[in-house]
Design a protein around this ligand. Sequence first.
Ligand SMILES: Cc1cc2nc3c(=O)[nH]c(=O)nc-3n(C[C@H](O)[C@H](O)[C@H](O)COP(=O)(O)OP(=O)(O)OC[C@H]3O[C@@H](n4cnc5c(N)ncnc54)[C@H](O)[C@@H]3O)c2cc1C
Length: 316
Amino acid sequence: MTVLAVADHRRGQLRDVSYELVTAGRELADDLGGDLHVACVSGDVDGFADDLSLDGVDTIHTVDHGEEFNHDVYLQVVEVLDAELDPTVVLMPNSVNGLDYAPAVASALDRPLVTDAVELAFEDGLVATREMYASKVETTIETDAERVAVTIRGGEWPPAEDHGDPAVEPFDLAVDESRVRSRVTGFEEVAGGDVDIGDADVLVSVGRGIEEEENIELVAELADAMGATLSASRPIVDNGWLPKNRQVGQSGKVVTPDVYIAVGISGAVQHVAGMKGSDTIVAINTDPNAPIFDIADYGIVGDLFDVVPALIEEFE
Ligand SMILES: Cc1cc2nc3c(=O)[nH]c(=O)nc-3n(C[C@H](O)[C@H](O)[C@H](O)COP(=O)(O)OP(=O)(O)OC[C@H]3O[C@@H](n4cnc5c(N)ncnc54)[C@H](O)[C@@H]3O)c2cc1C
């Protein structure tokens, strides 16, 4: 019984979720007593295969076809790998690309599709956890189908890191071009898209406690002094004070930095959904009962207009 995980890349770079897919896939393969296969499709497949040669991966299939993501190519690759490997679970990322082809894969393979899973296990069938109602509720979905397709939410599994020695098998797929009916002609980042807060090791995040747009500069100075990246809670973005790509949370980005400093952020569930996987969480808030302190490793109960300048001085 095998698990097939499909790696994700954009603009020549593997996405973090590819390493998380390896962790999730290995856990499921262990539950099933089987192997983990990884598919690298398009782009620098040999480079991706090197990077994904990780402990726990048994075989990597490389499919060298064009540079960019193509929905119809991914669909055909997974169809053919499915026919060859008969995986119990096909794991895909709940990313922009993943959500593009995963429903087509599930439909073509006649499998139920569970999207946006945050926990997975295989008992009598696949058991998946999803968050619903703005992350206020967790649901457990038990599937009784023998074969399933799943997309996983990024940032929920630790990325696999330890080097391994999987077999790398170039997969010479003759793509049926008559079934390739879509092309990616370009990729446009939203305004300010130069920054990917998902890649940052240290994030300094600003919330409504900052009161005025011009005060954001103070928190940006702290981020600068620390060599960190500036991010924000949703009200800051909704006010137009920072661009959308800086928003952490359920409707923003899921982040997993080494250090996350929440400045004047209350810790609403929708915010916490996006940053709870951070290694070390530091909260600065005047309200000792703010929910952010429930998940913080270090808490500073104080006025950010006193605490942040002191921290800047310290870091400088
Ligand atoms: C469907 C849906 C999706 C959502 N998605 C997101 C999302 O992706 N990301 C997100 O962040 N939110 C999201 N929200 C909004 C979320 O519910 C909260 O409203 C939001 O996170 C609150 O932001 P905040 O903590 O900055 O502000 P507030 O909740 O207003 O908290 C401000 C905090 O600052 C503290 N404070 C005030 N003054 C100071 C000071 N001088 N010094 C120190 N601390 C001070 C206060 O004590 C308070 O705790 C979503 C909501 C919904 C309904």
